[in-house]
Write a protein that binds this ligand. Structure first.
Ligand code: MG
Length: 164
């Protein structure tokens, strides 16, 4: 039987947050000028939350709430970069590195296209991988009735750390 540590691991995460007027909009750690931002206990960064869950899910060690319970006031207004860094620590500890990440954002407004490159570069820098390994895609919620919210889906592939 092959050592399960030697097989690549796939991870998947999903998140949604509601738009609220007058708060900053942060997606993938990038501030996007808009009249509304995403409400949440932390900074509401829907993409980084889905990414954190995808990373944790790939090694089956729970989800974002396992490490950062929303009931803990410590995480109120937290920069979601903290959540991703914890997930990175966990996957490194488990002996994996990130092969690639792919994502889809679903929101009516604002358009993500003009910011996609900045988001890609920021997420890649946060993960310590090349931007060419980070897919950022966006769609509008045609017929879903979710114009008041932003949704993110993220898939990751982890590969074993290759020791020299
Ligand atoms: Mg969230």
């Amino acid at each position: 039987m092959s050592n399960p540590q030697r097989t690549p691991r796939i991870g998947y995460g999903w998140d949604s947050h509601e738009f609220q007027p007058g708060i900053p909009l942060k997606v993938g750690g990038v501030l996007i000028p808009h009249h509304s931002g995403l409400a949440g206990h932390s900074d509401g960064d829907v993409l980084l939350h889905a990414l954190t869950d995808a990373l944790l899910g790939a090694i089956a060690v729970g989800d974002i709430g396992t490490y950062f319970p929303p009931s803990d006031p410590k995480w109120k207004g937290a920069d979601s970069v903290v959540f991703v860094r914890e997930a990175l620590k966990q996957i490194e500890h488990a002996g994996y590195v990130i092969g690639n990440v792919d994502s889809t954002l679903i929101l009516a407004d604002p358009k993500i296209g003009p910011h996609a490159k900045a988001i890609q570069q920021n997420v890649a820098a946060l993960l310590g991988i090349a931007p060419s390994r980070v897919g950022i895609k966006a769609k509008t919620p045609e017929g879903m009735g979710t114009d008041h919210a932003a949704i993110a889906h993220v898939a990751v592939l982890l590969t074993e750390i290759c020791w020299p």
